[in-house]
Design a protein around this ligand. Structure first.
Ligand code: PMP
Length: 460
């Protein structure tokens, strides 16, 4: 894109667009009173975003964790255009749609175990809402129904979305506390946050105390639990908190012992981010319900899916009069353009052998990240696949955090723009989650830029 090309700016100058942005667009998770000098992205190419002035930036967080194969992938663009030439949207309420049918089958093929039934919705939060409602209704309708199972357990520091149900199973005080009176109460399990272990233990000698408490809590509430919901392997929005090996399979076993369902929220971890197609596959875990969104369309269009195992699905079957129907459905559920993008993205996974190419990139990233650990204000560098959290601290020896008002994470992410990279932090955790299509040279650039930006912002 040339800066002189105004056609993609709706006839406005870049400066005017900035003013109009601040005046009329209420940005998510943003203090608008302090929203100054906004960067406006007008185009993209591969792993790069291009602003209204024509400046290029590596998309270091995959446009909020959703872009998978880079922007303007010819195959995905073509699939959407081809679908547009047929129809943009028709409803799934009582009607079928070829792209949605194809995508459902392809998801079932790649999902672990017998997750054979796909309920489409629009975004990660709705995928979670759907899972919670299915789990609740399932126990009322299964053979030997159990009315007592009406509660959910979730992890401290969990993030499952912004709608009321998904916030109810959330555990991030900063985001969720204000809404507490509106929420249903969930049962909290400790968060495996090894850098700030809730038990004050060291990772090597802790014997997974958090997992033991998780098992005991699930067992104690066994009879009242409809489901336990978890972000498998990585608690993303909490700051990329990595679960120790074995945690997930112990959670699966605890759910089985308690007779409740396990919901895996792979909205962030799904579609290759952890190095496998789904994070659950690292521990051979098959959840009863699997929530997918973000990368499902390659990061092109809003779409989500909640996959259910056969025994869950069966509980919803019966005659109309039995009222076993799942009474839920959003207008744009299974949108045809989005589903076409989803099928095309899975084609790219297959044709380009994307998963096979990941270990080399993950290893290179691990190797490069080592240099960050030597920086004075880097407390911990956490990585799983291509998901990285770099926790900044005021004092690395005492692990003393920065003041919230100091906005150190924001400052690093501001500084890195001058190095041609876009990032978005989670508090004082600098997040890297590049597209799976990131190249060797781009990984080098990304880490070098992060290192420089941390030094500049922390003034070390
Ligand atoms: N679950 C997880 C694990 C997420 O990371 C997110 C979004 N970051 C969501 C759910 C919510 O997804 P959405 O923003 O698409 O509603």
């Amino acid at each position: 894109m040339k800066s002189a090309d105004k056609s993609c700016l709706y006839g406005h100058s870049p400066e005017r667009l900035q003013q109009m942005d601040a005046a009329a667009v209420w940005h998510p998770f943003t203090q608008m009173a302090e929203y100054a000098d906004p960067l406006v992205i007008a185009a993209a190419e591969g792993n790069y975003l291009i602003d209204t002035q024509g400046r290029r930036y590596l998309d270091g967080v995959s446009s909020l964790w959703c872009n998978v194969h880079g922007h303007r992938r010819a195959e995905i663009d073509a699939a959407i255009i081809a679908q547009l030439n047929r129809v943009a949207h028709t409803t799934l309420l009582g009607l079928g749609s070829p792209p949605a049918i194809e995508l459902a089958h392809r998801l079932v093929e790649i999902a672990p175990g017998d997750l054979g039934h796909v309920f489409f919705s629009d975004d990660g939060s709705t995928a979670v809402e759907v899972a919670l409602k299915i789990a609740y209704q399932y126990h009322r309708q299964k053979p030997q129904a159990e009315q007592s199972r009406r509660r959910f357990a979730s992890l401290h520091n969990a993030y499952h979305g912004d709608t009321i149900g998904s916030v109810s199973v959330g555990g991030i005080e900063l985001f969720h506390e204000a809404y507490r009176p509106l929420l249903f109460e969930s049962i909290h399990l400790p968060s495996p946050y090894c850098y700030r272990c809730p038990y004050g233990l060291q990772a090597e000698e802790c014997n997974l105390a958090c997992a033991t408490e998780m098992e005991q809590t699930i067992a104690r509430h066994g009879q009242e639990l409809a489901a336990v919901i978890v972000e498998p392997l990585v608690q993303g929005a909490a700051g990329m908190l990595m679960q120790p090996p074995g945690y997930l399979s112990r959670l699966r076993a605890a759910c089985d012992a308690a007779g409740c369902l396990m919901i895996a929220d792979e909205v962030a971890t799904g579609f290759g981010r952890t190095g496998r197609m789904f994070a659950c596959q690292h521990e051979n875990v098959v959840p009863d319900l699997l929530c997918l969104a973000k990368g499902i369309t390659g990061g092109y269009l809003p779409l989500a899916a909640t996959l259910a195992r056969d025994h869950v699905y069966q509980a919803f079957l019966g005659s109309r009069a039995e009222l076993r129907t799942f009474f839920h459905g959003h207008t744009y559920t299974g949108n045809a353009l989005a589903a076409a993008a989803g099928v095309a993205s899975l084609d790219v996974f297959r044709n380009d052998r994307v998963l096979e190419g990941l270990p080399a990139k993950v290893d290179q990233l691990t190797d490069r990240l080592k240099e960050l650990q030597t920086l004075k204000h880097v407390g911990q560098v956490r990585q799983r696949g291509l998901m990285v959290g770099i926790e900044l601290v005021a004092d690395a020896d005492t692990r003393q955090a920065y003041d919230y008002a100091a906005a150190m994470g924001d400052r690093v992410c501001r500084a890195i723009r001058n190095h041609g990279v876009i990032l978005r932090p989670l508090g004082d955790v600098v997040v890297l989650m590049p597209p799976l299509s990131i190249t060797e040279a781009e990984i080098d650039h990304l880490v070098a830029a992060v290192s420089a930006a941390i030094v500049e912002a922390t003034g070390e």
